[in-house]
Design a protein around this ligand. Structure first.
Ligand code: PEP
Ligand code: MN
Length: 354
């Protein structure tokens, strides 16, 4: 159910409708738009009596939403969702592309700082790096844990980069929620419903990576899980799916970008690193991602990829990252987007970091 408020509805009227919904035993999700506020109604107690809400002041209409995902849908909120990071110029969604770059894993303080300095200087606004790694082998490097989060917090201070890092379970989420700016839910956890619900209870933006065999509906339902708990700051990330193709690690499904944008107001990034698994294919596919209309890219960058403890073969060198930024900056213009690197470089230079 969706309650559409009149354009001139007051905050008090919106509040009163939300309270009424909650009294009826449902959950109210106010979704402000440019013209008017819509209030999503969720809860598993069955149908809401429409008349109960239609009569309230400020209500324009009450619509039944029969589709499975209700809050992530574009017809519930027409405007694109833009996630802001107070005190910075970084955004996810909107005209400016979000550029997330960094190593697969945080390995040492020196490694993380060496890479952060390069990606900040090239214009990234977000630094990625795993402190908790979901590895196929239990004997592979599992990440530095809390120590990795502390290193990333230092990087935020030093370079002004916002921190994106993965939570692999409820315990790590507890820590990631405290230390990071964006909580990443990895491909292997896209249908870990208890983790998604727990992420929905935080007030930090959540970046959900597409499961390696997830359909569009399943992908959007993962977002719905987070939003149903009251956290509407959700972004998606295409990172390749499993196919018979063996020239790449995964097949980067770029057509999901316009498909998501048609159905949902949520931003969608593309990760060409996991999406191809091969260094020489990362920059070309990053260019394609921007051309197709992605809201940003996430790439793995390493200054010594041959020594990396995870995903070295798909990590690009800092010089390649600069090249990628130069190229996507030009492509972005063609699709009426912008790579806001100038602002960031000035900010970093002003802070005396470069
Ligand atoms: C990652 O971003 O480091 C990662 C593990 O990605 P994915 O969940 O897409 O495999
Ligand atoms: Mn990786």
């Amino acid at each position: 159910m969706l309650v559409v408020m009149k354009a001139q509805a007051t905050p008090e009227q919106i509040q009163a409708v939300c309270e009424r919904i909650e009294q009826l035993g449902f959950r109210a999700h106010p979704l402000p738009g440019a013209e008017r506020t819509a209030i999503g109604v969720t809860g598993n107690k069955g149908e809401v009596e429409r008349g109960n809400l239609e009569a309230l002041s400020g209500v324009a209409e009450v619509i039944r939403v029969t589709k499975a995902y209700k809050l992530a849908r574009r017809d519930v909120k027409e405007e694109d969702t833009i996630i802001h990071f107070p005190g910075t110029d970084a955004t996810i969604g909107g005209r400016n592309l979000a550029i997330v770059a960094g190593p697969c894993s945080i390995e040492t303080r020196e490694q993380a700082f060496a890479i952060a300095e390069k990606v900040a200087a090239a214009g990234a606004q977000f630094f990625r790096g795993g402190a908790f790694k979901p590895r196929t082998s239990p004997y592979a490097f599992q990440g530095l844990g809390l120590e990795g989060l502390r290193i990333m917090a230092e990087i935020r201070e030093a370079f002004g980069l916002r921190i994106v890092t993965e939570a692999i379970d409820n315990e790590s989420l507890e820590l990631v929620e405290k230390w990071a700016d964006v909580i990443q839910i990895g491909a292997r956890n896209m249908q870990n419903f208890s983790l998604l619900k727990r992420a929905g209870k935080t007030r930090k933006p959540v970046l959900i990576k597409r499961g390696m065999s997830a359909t569009l509906d399943e992908f959007l339902m993962a977002a719905e899980y987070v939003m149903s708990e009251g956290n509407y700051q959700v972004a998606l990330c295409e990172r390749g799916v499993r196919t018979f193709a063996d020239h790449t690690r995964n097949t980067l499904d770029l057509s999901i970008v316009p498909a998501v944008q048609r159905l949902s107001h949520l931003p969608i990034l593309v990760d060409p690193s996991h999406g191809t698994g091969k260094r020489n294919k990362v920059v070309p596919m990053a260019r394609a991602a921007v051309a197709v209309g992605a809201d940003g890219v996430m790439v793995e960058v390493h200054h010594q990829p041959e020594l990396a403890l995870s995903d070295g073969p798909q990590s690009i060198y800092p010089e390649q990252f600069v090249e990628m930024m130069d190229e996507i900056e030009q492509i972005a213009r063609v699709v009426h987007r912008n790579v806001p690197r100038g602002i960031r470089i000035e900010a970093v230079a002003a802070a005396g970091e470069v």
